[in-house]
Design a protein around this ligand. Structure first.
Ligand SMILES: *[C@@H]1O[C@H](CO)[C@@H](O)[C@H](O)[C@H]1NC(C)=O
Ligand SMILES: *[C@@H]1O[C@H](CO)[C@@H](O)[C@H](O)[C@H]1NC(C)=O
Ligand SMILES: *[C@@H]1O[C@H](CO)[C@@H](O)[C@H](O)[C@H]1NC(C)=O
Ligand SMILES: *[C@@H]1O[C@H](CO)[C@@H](O)[C@H](O)[C@H]1NC(C)=O
Ligand SMILES: *[C@@H]1O[C@H](CO)[C@@H](O)[C@H](O)[C@H]1NC(C)=O
Ligand SMILES: *[C@@H]1O[C@H](CO)[C@@H](O)[C@H](O)[C@H]1NC(C)=O
Ligand SMILES: *[C@@H]1O[C@H](CO)[C@@H](O)[C@H](O)[C@H]1NC(C)=O
Length: 503
């Protein structure tokens, strides 16, 4: 006060004011008569919506505005000022003309509007500035924020089936930070890492979730879905991604020639079949022995039921003799990828050979002929064998009625020089007593590699006592397997003993 008192002009002016304020009765009466009600302790609002803050007064206070402040102390912010209403475009009085109801409405609430709001009555202080006269208890406002519509992004370039491809789902600006993310391919769940949640701005969060998917050939019509659930959402939000955006199915390429082989001077059509590709961006060119050909007939890509495409290109070639074995190549460039090719040969049948032996088909026919011939030959051989067998059995029967002779086993004969008892060491000789049969028997039995000795009788046989012995100069008798035991001896059987000189 010392400096002021030295200035008499100023002191004279300030004195009545000081006197006025110094009257304690007036101040106390004003304060006691004035009340301010801020009934809402907390208020919850969703971002984008309107917030209503209630404040009513009663009684009379000194001159000065009612204001709304956000926060208290340092960092407070004036939200509404009765004396300067137009400065706050988002704020409106609920009762515009009222002197007691200072309820305000704030439109398009944002997460950053979160905080504690105070309704405050100011009065002009002794310095002429507005000073806080009375404030309400404050309303704590929390702002819930809905996540933005989820966005699914895929790789920059198209990917082939079988490749694992990462996809990312992002959403942001939500509060509180608790959020749930699920992935689906069509209706089937797809596994993913838990979402990464980061604070983006004050009181809002962003989320990113990644799922890795292996593409399939038939994914052209598939949809990848990112489902987001949040407390602010009445129903989950969905981000969708068509897999056709990043799928590339390379075509299979095949060249066919028809007819093949072709006759000289006829036309042969080469078809290039480009199958099951996606997208439909494809170009076809033809080469004949490495030289480009004029493309005559390219069909438009045809859409297959599963969403893939196929295409056919055709060229006709005159089958001039000198073009035999020319290579016709179809080159397919799909979606700016490396070219894929397929070739076929121009196969001209040789008219002098009647087309036989030229081309793969003729080889097949040849094979068939060989098979047929083989089968016929086998059947014939079997027939011959059967006939031979029949003839033989007949002759054996016939031989039994003839006066052929059984030969004894060496160990049973006392005259036999061989003393060995080996049963395999049996010696047989067929003796034929009739000259005219000799040759026939020998002929047939030759095949058995048997050795025969023919013994001629000097006189007519007439009994067991009267055996005829023959000395064999050259004894070379095979050891034949044991023959079936002879039937009861026939009366007319002749026996002969053969002596073998051992070397
Ligand atoms: C404000 O808070 C005080 C205590 O802190 C309480 O007594 C009073 O009733 C409150 N006023 C209102 C309007 O809620
Ligand atoms: C509001 O903040 C200003 C400084 O920015 C300060 O001077 C004033 O006293 C504060 N008011 C209240 C009520 O805290
Ligand atoms: C957070 O999400 C919002 C809304 O989706 C978006 O605009 C913003 O760019 C995101 N910020 C970051 C850092 O991802
Ligand atoms: C094929 O055509 C050429 C020329 O056009 C001709 O000289 C040749 O005799 C023809 N050959 C046959 C087998 O028709
Ligand atoms: C192209 O080929 C198709 C059969 O694949 C045929 O129907 C059509 O007539 C051909 N067009 C031309 C111009 O040769
Ligand atoms: C056909 O493709 C093969 C590789 O698959 C390549 O080596 C060859 O050069 C191609 N032929 C032509 C005519 O482009
Ligand atoms: C074409 O070539 C094939 C295989 O080399 C041959 O068999 C055929 O006789 C040839 N045709 C002509 C007309 O020369």
């Amino acid at each position: 006060m010392e400096p002021h008192l030295r200035d008499p002009g100023r002191t004279a002016w300030a004195l009545p004011c000081l006197l006025l304020l110094a009257l304690p009765g007036v101040d106390a009466q004003a304060r006691q008569g004035f009340t301010l009600q801020q009934p809402q302790l907390t208020q919850m609002v969703t971002a984008g919506e309107m917030l209503t803050l209630s404040c009513t007064t009663s009684g009379i206070a000194g001159p000065g505005p009612v204001m709304w402040l956000k926060g208290w102390g340092s960092g407070n912010k004036t939200v509404y000022n009765q004396n300067n209403e137009n400065a706050f475009p988002r704020v409106r009085r609920a009762m515009r003309e009222s002197d007691t109801d200072f309820t305000i409405r704030i439109v398009n609430i944002q997460p950053e509007d979160m905080g504690t709001y105070y309704c405050v009555k100011f009065v002009k202080g002794d310095t002429g500035d507005d000073e806080v006269f009375l404030r309400g208890n404050g309303t704590e406002v929390s702002v819930q924020a809905k996540p933005s519509p989820p966005l699914v992004s895929g790789p920059e370039q198209r990917e082939r089936p079988g490749e694992p491809v990462p996809f990312t789902c992002t959403t942001g600006g939500f509060f509180p930070d608790k959020i749930e993310v699920k992935w689906f391919k069509n209706n089937n769940p797809v596994g993913a890492q838990p979402p990464q949640v980061k604070e983006w701005k004050m009181k809002t969060y962003n989320m990113s979730s990644t799922a890795v998917l292996t593409l399939q050939k038939d994914d052209v019509r598939s949809q990848l879905i990112c489902e987001v659930k949040h407390s602010t959402l009445p129903a989950p939000l969905h981000g969708r991604y068509q897999l056709s955006k990043i799928l590339r199915v390379p075509p299979s390429v095949e060249v066919r020639a028809e007819p093949s082989p072709v006759e000289v001077n006829k036309t042969v059509t080469f078809s290039c079949l480009v199958r099951e590709f996606y997208p439909d961006k494809v170009s076809v060119s033809w080469l004949e022995n490495g030289t480009e050909m004029k493309v005559q007939n390219v069909s438009l890509p045809r859409k297959l039921p599963q969403g893939l495409f196929e295409l056919r290109s055709q060229v006709e070639v005159q089958a001039m003799e000198e073009k035999n074995r020319s290579t016709i190549t179809c080159i397919v460039v799909h979606d700016a990828q490396a070219p894929v090719n397929s070739s076929a040969l121009l196969w001209i049948s040789n008219p002098t050979q009647g087309g036989l032996g030229s081309g793969f088909q003729m080889d097949k026919e040849d094979m068939l002929i060989y098979i047929v011939v083989g089968v016929v030959c086998t059947v014939l051989a079997l027939l011959v064998a059967a006939i031979l067998y029949l003839i033989r059995t007949k002759q054996i029967k016939a031989g039994k009625s003839s006066p052929s002779a059984r030969l004894h086993e060496p160990e049973k004969s006392s005259e036999a020089t061989t003393q060995e008892s080996d049963p395999n060491n049996l010696t047989y000789a067929d003796l034929n007593f009739e000259k005219e049969r000799k040759s026939i028997r020998r002929m047939v039995e030759m095949s058995q590699q048997s050795e025969y000795a023919c013994i001629q009788t000097n006189q007519a046989p007439n009994g067991d006592d009267n055996l005829t012995y023959a000395d064999l100069d050259m004894v070379h008798l095979s050891k034949a397997p044991k023959r079936p035991a002879p039937r009861p001896e026939e009366a007319g059987s002749e026996y002969a003993s053969v002596q073998i000189t051992r070397k």
